[in-house]
Design a protein around this ligand. Structure first.
Ligand code: GLY
Length: 355
């Protein structure tokens, strides 16, 4: 697969990853390498990865706990302390080997330690491959509020080796699929249509679909790296999706929702709002709900939860001047940013989702 070369960094795929990584290590002047892993990627991915690396540099492992609940500043303090104790200097390289939590948190730690170290992302989950590892968004949650603290700072390189997906549980695969659906819905009907028959999804097709998803995202990020306008479209389904994710994270009696699972709900809600406010086709709205329900099921949102979820929208990062800005669709591939939505319509969207 052809590498994707952007103005700031390159994304390499499968076998090319390690030739590019080894050449990069050989030609750079790093003092030491720190690989940030979580408990899962330490167990399932590290040995495979390290066997491919050719370098004389000393390599240290820094492990964090797995799971969104650990994507916080306390974990960062632990990693900053570990780097300090292991004498990381400004010529040290950070390699983030993991899913979205590791790439977001590791990128933030690297961007802030001693005012910034270079870092690479090696995503091991589908979600991190098609979204989190690409585009330079780094950061952590503030309590259960998603990604409230962070910086945009691009990695030196992203290495996408789909071999890692063989170690991934089913629900994590689904979580990544949600972001791929999103890329189709905001950018390309042709791409969205490829997901209509998931029985065609074998590993070979999946590699192609992952590649196309990354191209869609990277094209958007290239035009608007700091999310002034176009990049906001990548938040389709995330306004309510993040609020639902935060709400479920902070309520122990609720099921554990992965990011993509919450975004899948958020996309169904956003399509309904698009139908009501942007002339989005009613038939396509229903088709999208059915397609998403087929893969993700329906997680009933109780009536008592509507208002607390709506209340969390005030923390959304796209809010400006007190307005909650939704990304909606006029058609598949035709997103509209900065849409204002009445709370009563959001409640109707919940009812449509539950029905
Ligand atoms: N995950 C959305 C973005 O990177 O902009």
């Amino acid at each position: 697969m052809k590498s994707i070369v952007t103005s700031q960094y390159s994304i390499h795929f499968n076998s090319t990853c390690y030739t590019e990584l080894n050449a990069y290590l050989q030609h750079s002047n790093f003092s030491k390498i720190f690989v940030i892993v979580d408990t899962n990627t330490h167990n399932f991915c590290y040995a495979y990865f390290i066997a491919k690396v050719e370098t004389n540099l000393k390599i240290e492992i820094v492990e964090i706990e797995a799971g969104e609940i650990h994507k916080n500043i306390d974990t960062c303090v632990g990693v900053w302390n570990a780097l300090s104790e292991l004498n990381a200097d400004r010529k040290s390289l950070i390699i983030n080997l993991g899913g979205g939590v590791v790439t977001d948190l590791g990128g933030f730690v690297a961007s802030t330690y001693k005012r910034g170290l270079k870092y690479l992302n090696i995503p091991t989950s589908l979600l991190a491959m098609v979204d989190a590892s690409v585009g330079g968004k780094t950061g952590v949650d503030l309590d259960t509020l998603k990604n409230q603290i962070g910086v945009i700072n691009t990695p030196e390189m992203v290495l996408v080796d789909t071999h890692f997906l063989s170690t991934l549980p089913q629900n994590e695969m689904r979580s990544g699929l949600a972001e791929m659906f999103k890329h189709g819905l905001i950018f390309s009907e042709l791409y969205w249509n490829k997901f209509k028959d998931l029985s065609l999804l074998d590993i070979e097709n999946l590699d192609e679909l992952i590649y196309e998803s990354i191209v869609i995202k990277q094209n958007i990020v290239d035009i608007d790296p700091y999310e002034d306008n176009l990049r906001k479209t990548l938040n389709f389904g995330h306004t309510l999706g993040h609020a639902i994710e935060s709400y479920y994270l902070s309520n122990p009696d609720k099921p554990n929702l992965l990011h993509g699972e919450a975004v899948a709900i958020g996309m169904v809600l956003a399509c309904y709002l698009s139908f009501k406010l942007c002339d989005f086709s009613e038939e396509v709205n229903q088709e999208i709900k059915d397609a998403i329900a087929k893969i993700f099921g329906i997680i009933t949102i109780n009536k008592a939860d509507y208002n607390p979820i709506i209340e969390l929208l005030k923390y959304d990062k796209k809010n400006e001047h007190g307005n909650i800005n939704f990304v909606l669709l006029e058609a598949i591939g035709k997103p509209k940013i900065n849409c204002l939505v009445e709370n009563s319509l959001i409640i109707n969207a919940f009812k449509f989702y539950n029905a």
